[in-house]
Design a protein around this ligand. Structure first.
Ligand SMILES: [Zn+2]
Length: 76
């Protein structure tokens, strides 16, 4: 099992860490509200934890063009 970080906008794999060495508290997940956890954290069929974050590229693009965040989530 591992924890995989992917960009929520472009799906780029940002990083992966072995969850055997960590726990959710150390990842900071306990700071999130239940709604945020549902939005950010998901679990794949093989037991991996998938954390949706924003990669540097998308963060920069959003900082420059905040309206892009609306286009990236057309259903919200
Ligand atoms: Zn991205």
């Amino acid at each position: 099992m591992s924890v995989k970080y992917i960009c929520r906008h472009c799906q780029t794999a940002i990083g992966e860490i072995d969850s055997g060495a960590i726990d959710e508290a150390r990842l900071g997940f306990h700071f999130l509200t239940p709604e945020e956890r549902r939005d950010i954290i998901s679990y794949s069929l093989n037991g991996d934890t998938v954390v949706k974050v924003i990669c540097d590229y998308c963060k920069e693009a959003l900082d420059t063009n905040p309206e892009l965040s609306l286009l990236a989530n057309p259903l919200q």
